[in-house]
Design a protein around this ligand. Structure first.
Ligand SMILES: *[C@@H]1O[C@H](CO)[C@@H](O)[C@H](O)[C@H]1NC(C)=O
Ligand SMILES: *[C@@H]1O[C@H](CO)[C@@H](O)[C@H](O)[C@H]1NC(C)=O
Ligand SMILES: *[C@@H]1O[C@H](CO)[C@@H](O)[C@H](O)[C@H]1NC(C)=O
Ligand SMILES: *[C@@H]1O[C@H](CO)[C@@H](O)[C@H](O)[C@H]1NC(C)=O
Length: 401
């Protein structure tokens, strides 16, 4: 009997040790990569199709957005307002916007709450790690954010303070086991800002085991230029590009993701139109020509936030997809900038982000003592990096050793 008890104690002890050596996961998602909720109390709306008053509802992703004409309502609720006097951004008048699910994975597994079709995002990822013994809300948590903003505003809105506390709580609640920070896409630059400019070195040394970026868009992407120039419906086929453009132009996060002048040379043409060409060094002229009156101000606010590519100064695994056709140049015809591009020149990348931006982490290999390990996955697209079997298996290995 006593042997049995001892065996049980040893058995239990073995498992508790096992569970505490598993590194807890904190996830920072990408652009459009977590749900947003809104509450309305407006005096006016752009069309009779739009509600003026409402309790909290899912603003993003909401299938109602796909109904013809309703794109205007969405844009009027999600766009940001800039006040010249206070030099601050605000939710649009009569709109409150909040990020649900901080500290859980609820608002990143699926982006839509409707029963009909859920936009899947981190669902397979979460299932995979649950299979390895992880528990949602305990050692597997999300740090969703208001993806309309760049790091400077997120800092003012308290996001980085909350992320700091979340990482520290996750570390403590799991037997002081150092945490793995995993970021996808825009989450790359957002978390790089935290690691390089906010979190103190000694805190990182004790609390963070490693940083894993999946398709981190550290140096920007041609992808956002489409939204800014002529509007991008982001897969919502019934939406009108010029309507969505207003919201894309109002979001500092989109401008933050413009191709970096550190990575693109001044003779590499990003946009062609009948009258002239633009490189990463001509954004001011581009903004003027497309009547994006606030573009230059926003660009000047965000352009030096991480443009020097500060190293995260923690062990970094930089994983990304390659060999997927990715836009290198937009070719516009006479309908520039209010019609869609008439052609594209393609290059290498993950289908959304250009290869050189995904490989930016190479630049901090000799700026930090901690190892930087890069790995590319052929034919794995930008979004598949969070669900691909091979990627998940590789992550599983990094987390359990
Ligand atoms: C540009 O910013 C000004 C404030 O500086 C604001 O009044 C105006 O509405 C903004 N324009 C657009 C199209 O958002
Ligand atoms: C947007 O609304 C939310 C909810 O009221 C508020 O917490 C947040 O600070 C607002 N953000 C901005 C930038 O106005
Ligand atoms: C990087 O981390 C090391 C070890 O904690 C520290 O000594 C060094 O000052 C850090 N460098 C920067 C630039 O923060
Ligand atoms: C724009 O660039 C294309 C190729 O990138 C080139 O063929 C064309 O001559 C350029 N046009 C102008 C106006 O510079």
């Amino acid at each position: 009997m006593m042997y049995v008890t001892l065996a049980l104690v040893l058995f239990a002890h073995f498992f508790s040790v096992q569970s505490t050596t598993r590194s807890p996961i904190v996830i920072v998602p990408g652009l459009l990569g977590n749900q947003l909720e809104a509450k309305l109390d407006k005096d006016s709306s752009p069309s009779i199709l739009c509600k003026k008053k409402s309790d909290w509802f899912t603003l993003w992703v909401n299938l109602d957005l796909a109904a013809p004409g309703v794109d205007e309502c969405f844009v009027d609720n999600v766009k940001l307002r800039y006040d010249e006097n206070t030099k601050e951004y605000y939710n649009n008048s009569g709109v409150e916007v909040r990020v649900p699910g901080f500290g859980t994975t609820d608002s990143i597994e699926y982006l839509d709450n409707s029963a009909i079709y859920k936009y899947p995002y981190f669902n397979k990822f979460v299932k995979y790690f649950e299979g390895l013994g992880y528990t949602k809300g305990k050692d597997l948590v999300g740090a969703p954010f208001d993806w309309r903003f760049a790091p400077d505003q997120l800092s003012k809105l308290g996001y980085y303070d909350a992320l700091f506390v979340l990482i520290e709580d996750t570390y403590r609640n799991n037997g002081e086991t150092p945490v793995t920070l995993i970021a996808h896409s825009l989450g790359g630059p957002i978390s790089l800002y935290f690691l390089s400019k906010i979190a103190p070195s000694d805190w990182k040394d004790s609390t963070i085991k490693q940083y894993i970026s999946l398709s981190g868009a550290f140096g920007g992407s041609l992808h956002v230029l489409l939204g800014i120039i002529s509007g991008d419906v982001e897969g919502v086929f019934t939406a009108r590009p010029l309507v969505l453009r207003e919201c894309q132009r109002s979001n500092p996060s989109q401008v933050l993701l413009l191709p970096s002048t550190q990575l693109w040379k001044d003779d590499e043409v990003l946009v062609v139109q009948p009258k002239r060409n633009y490189t990463a060094f001509n954004y001011e002229e581009l903004f003027t020509d497309i009547s994006y009156t606030n573009g230059s101000r926003i660009y000047n606010e965000v352009k030096s936030l991480i443009s020097d590519f500060p190293p995260p100064n923690v062990t970094h695994y930089c994983y990304y997809g390659t060999d997927v056709k990715t836009i290198d140049t937009y070719i516009y015809g006479d309908s520039f900038p209010n019609g869609p591009p008439s052609g594209f020149v393609y290059g290498n990348g993950d289908g959304t982000v250009n290869a050189r931006s995904l490989q930016t982490c190479n630049l901090w290999k000799d700026k930090q003592v901690y190892p930087v390990t890069m790995k590319s996955y052929s034919k794995v697209s930008h979004f598949d990096m969070v669900s691909d079997e091979n990627v998940l298996q590789d992550l599983g290995k990094l987390l359990s050793t």
